[in-house]
Design a protein around this ligand. Structure first.
Ligand code: PEP
Ligand code: MN
Length: 347
């Protein structure tokens, strides 16, 4: 629930409400808006007594929330949140392009790709060193050697690096090399990993599980946020449906639906959501038109040689076209206006 204080509530009255929240075993989350203070009650809300708070001086209203995520919610955090990755703001006025290979395969491959995506307009380099592969016989990534190569590519291009971490015990190692930790679709509900990634204090790119609802994605984000780490970016990467013509189904709806529920930045991964290079550009355009704060795209100089996800990887020149067109679409839809909250019925 949320406790909305009266506009003229005193600091003592706010403090008293906080005291009662804490004495009931909950955590207060205080938002000081221009007009009034709103205090979120964090914990198992069922047990909280709305009446107790309504009787306290200075309290205007008690608003129950029908959804279980709180720190991730727009109600608790109405203003847009900008996550900064190696100096690159995600969730600001500009759309952000994250690009690079699915997997780091070799020094020359990652350096060549990093240079090419930078020239095409990318802001952040992606590349997997630890790969979550469906088959144990598929290429599993170069591990730490891959992280070293990513760091070298950052050095050479100035692009910050996002790379996947698959297990809680890998967090310190990956955090030493990366600027942002990626939690993959297959690990969205790995709660030990979420806690460890959150506690690292690093920015986290949280990908939607392929069968996860938006509520489940937001609750996974809540795990990260509840560690005190506010640097969370959500990523729609396609969901499983009955359709087999594409690897996944891009849930374009998720972009405005997430933005209605949360002020965290939301980006789209049109590579995994389609699984085919020819569909990446049209779906990327749709994502930006729908209000995504950025795109994460797989790029490989020779996709036919890629050790993973070659079929959905763009050659650099096509990625350059994607950047140009996505920018034009962002301008056409009035990018900054997209930060307005889509209308949703209040809970
Ligand atoms: C990836 O980014 O290469 C990846 C494995 O993505 P996802 O977790 O969305 O499948
Ligand atoms: Mn991939």
């Amino acid at each position: 629930m949320m406790i909305v204080m009266q506009a003229n509530a005193t600091a003592e009255e706010v403090q008293q409400v906080i005291g009662v929240i804490e004495s009931q075993g909950f955590h207060p989350h205080v938002s000081r808006g221009a007009e009034r203070v709103v205090i979120g009650v964090i914990g198992e809300a069922r047990r909280a007594q709305a009446d107790t708070f309504l009787r306290l001086p200075g309290v205007a209203r008690v608003v129950p929330l029908s959804h279980p995520y709180k720190l991730a919610s727009r109600e608790f955090h109405p203003d847009r949140r900008v996550v900064t990755v190696g100096g690159v703001p995600i969730g600001g006025d500009e759309v952000v392009f994250i690009a690079g290979p699915c997997s780091v395969e070799s020094r020359s491959q990652v350096l060549e790709t990093a240079q090419a995506v930078k020239e095409a307009g990318a802001h952040v380099l992606r590349g997997g060193a630890f790969k979550p592969r469906t088959s144990p016989y598929s290429f599993q990534g170069l591990g730490e050697e891959g992280l070293v190569l990513l760091a070298e590519a950052r050095e050479a291009t100035g692009l910050p690096v996002v790379t996947e971490v698959m297990a809680p015990e890998q967090v310190p190692l990956v955090a030493r090399y990366a600027d942002m930790l990626q939690i993959g679709a297959r690990n969205m509900q790995n709660y030990a990993l979420l806690r460890a990634a959150g506690a690292s204090g690093m920015p986290v790119l949280l990908k939607r599980g392929m069968s996860a609802t938006l509520d489940e994605l937001l609750l996974a984000a809540e795990y990260l946020l509840s560690t005190g780490n506010e640097q969370v970016v959500l990523c729609e990467r396609g969901i499983r449906t009955f359709e087999t013509a594409t690897r996944n189904t891009t849930d374009i709806n998720a972009i405005p639906a997430l933005k209605a529920r949360t002020s965290l930045p939301v980006i789209l991964d049109p590579s995994h959501s389609t699984g085919h290079w020819a569909y990446v550009l049209p779906v990327a355009r749709a994502g930006i038109a729908a209000g995504a704060d950025g795109l994460i795209v797989e790029v490989h100089p020779r996709p036919e040689e890629a050790l993973s996800d070659g079929a959905q990887s763009l050659k650099p020149e096509r990625f350059a076209r994607l950047v140009r067109e996505a920018r034009a679409i962002a301008a056409a839809v009035g990018r900054s206006a997209l930060h307005e909250v889509p209308h949703v019925a209040a809970d």
